[in-house]
Ligand binder design. Structure first.
Ligand code: ADP
Length: 492
């Protein structure tokens, strides 16, 4: 009888139906529910049932458990048991199945104990809020942080944070690469300007210089001056961002293996071109001697046939010469003379030589230079032979090539203009790089190794001049070289 009385006190599904509480519960955006102290569900709002797509029969009592994610029931029961023991409210996150889609969403559930007159917990009043979106964002953030820290902790990339010219934070790899430690950084001893060679502008300035809109630097080769005074070749890049102060995040990739490979390639080029040069010169001399011998003995036809080998020899000689020049530029052994050069005469000679070799193009010179230049005649010849040869090579169907000479009080400019295939705007800088060749179909058949303009730019630079290109695809190209009229050349 006693047990029966106790049982009657317990709330049932009808206890809250239709009352003010149930009206209030319908206005809330969350799920609202009430269970007995052991989790027996006696009240839920319509929103809850709609989400689960459950009938009252499926939900009431302990039926709601079937909508809970199977991995979480044990945990839910344990949390409630614990709160029952302590008498505290509880808060828990778990997944409930969406009856319409079958997918589980995360919910944050908070429950308050309701007590009888003796203070004993008889019910739990709870709300469940859909926090699935928030959970997904948290998960995406966690994953992205995990990936970022994977990169940060990898031994591949040195990563650092700059503030002004100071490096204020760096990963272990960067510290290992440079030999500095965290204390050095905290004490402001790792200064961007002093550890980078050649001494740069700040990462920020560099990013800004590169482009006023873009906030990142394209990776570039540099050297880091390590704490012990050694130099480490690296590939550097970074992103600048504005906070209160100028900050940047940068990366450094150890480039020494690649540089070593480059060095070996340069050594190979230097040795190979030297090795070619000697037998080539000997062969050329021999062939000239044989030709003269044949002429002396009246074998004119044979001598004429023999003379045909001279053009391939000349081409080979030029190629080997360019290879040697490239390797000399690389190793700082590119020598030049300082002499007085009559530019007008030089241009005329070069134009005549090339005109003699080409019966497909007409080379026309307009204008004259006002005075002589101080420079290296042979090297300057090389500049114009290259520009004119290119004009002939890359304008196969446009026979006119113009050389225009103009001057101001301080400078003289020589422009070589052709009406050939032209150069796309985005390659105007690249074509001056070592071994760079534009590789579109129209150029593939044209022979070359991409050394000419690299050497030309170096020679022009040695003469304190500058070279520019103005070109449009299909319309032709103009290469303009400007030299100062007075003053010494640059030292080698
Ligand atoms: P090469 O002619 O041996 O390839 P260069 O260094 O002289 O090497 O030239 C580099 C590239 O620049 C060439 O591959 C070519 O694509 C482009 N180029 C140079 N001069 C001209 C020109 N006058 N017209 C069109 N393209 C040119």
């Amino acid at each position: 009888m006693k047990a029966k009385q106790k049982e009657q006190k317990k709330p049932t599904v009808s206890t809250y139906a239709g009352g003010e509480f149930s009206l209030l519960a319908e206005t809330l955006p969350q799920f609202v529910w009430i269970t007995r102290e052991d989790g027996f569900l006696v009240f839920w709002n319509q929103r809850f049932a709609d989400y689960l797509q459950a009938t009252p029969e499926q939900l009431q009592g302990y039926g709601w458990r079937q909508f809970l994610h199977p991995e979480e029931l044990k945990h839910v029961l344990a949390v409630r048991r614990h709160s029952l023991e302590t008498g505290d409210p509880y808060e828990i996150t778990y997944r409930l199945r969406n009856g319409r889609t079958g997918a589980y969403h995360w919910f944050l559930t908070r429950a308050m104990p309701m007590r009888d007159k003796t203070g004993q917990i008889i019910e739990w009043l709870g709300t469940s809020t859909d926090i699935d979106e928030q959970k997904q964002i948290e998960e995406a953030l966690r994953q992205s942080q995990e990936r970022a820290s994977l990169l940060m902790n990898s031994s591949i990339l040195g990563i650092f944070l700059t503030e002004g010219s100071q490096i204020i934070e760096a990963n272990e790899t960067f510290l290992r690469m440079t030999g500095y430690n965290r204390e050095d950084m905290q004490q402001g001893r790792v200064n961007w300007i002093s550890i980078m060679l050649p001494a740069p502008t700040s990462l920020h300035q560099r990013a800004h210089q590169e482009c006023s809109i873009q906030q990142y630097t394209t990776p570039f080769e540099a050297e880091l001056l390590c704490k012990d005074g050694s130099h480490l070749p690296v590939l550097l890049g970074g992103i600048a961002f504005h906070t209160r102060v100028c900050q940047g995040i940068g990366f450094a990739l150890d480039n020494s293996a690649r540089q070593e490979l480059e060095r070996r390639k340069d050594d190979f080029l230097s040795i190979a071109s030297h090795e070619f040069k000697t037998p080539l010169t000997a062969l050329k001399l021999q062939s000239q001697m044989v030709r003269k011998h044949l002429l002396r003995h009246g074998h004119h036809e044979m001598a004429a046939t023999f003379s045909r080998v001279e053009e391939p020899f000349r081409r080979l000689e030029r190629l080997v010469g360019e290879l040697l020049d490239v390797s000399k530029i690389q190793t700082g052994r590119f020598e030049h003379l300082q002499e007085s050069v009559d530019l007008n005469l030089l241009l005329q000679e070069v134009a005549d030589t090339l005109q003699h070799m080409s019966n497909t193009h007409a080379i026309v010179i307009h204008g004259t230079a006002p005075s002589s230049l101080i420079g290296d005649k042979g090297r300057l010849e090389q500049v114009f032979i290259n520009l004119l040869s290119n004009a002939i090579k890359y304008a196969p169907d446009a026979p006119l090539i113009k050389v225009e000479v103009s001057s101001s009080a301080e400078t003289v400019t020589i422009s070589v203009r052709d009406y050939g295939i032209g150069i796309p705007q985005e390659l105007h800088k690249k074509i001056f790089e070592r071994f760079y060749r534009a590789s579109d179909i129209s150029r593939r058949a044209v022979p070359g190794l991409g050394m000419g303009l690299y050497i030309v730019a170096e020679i022009v630079n040695r003469h304190r001049g500058c070279i520019t290109v103005d070109s449009e695809v299909g319309k032709g190209s103009t290469f303009s070289v400007t030299f100062p009229l007075e003053g010494p050349m640059k030292a080698a």
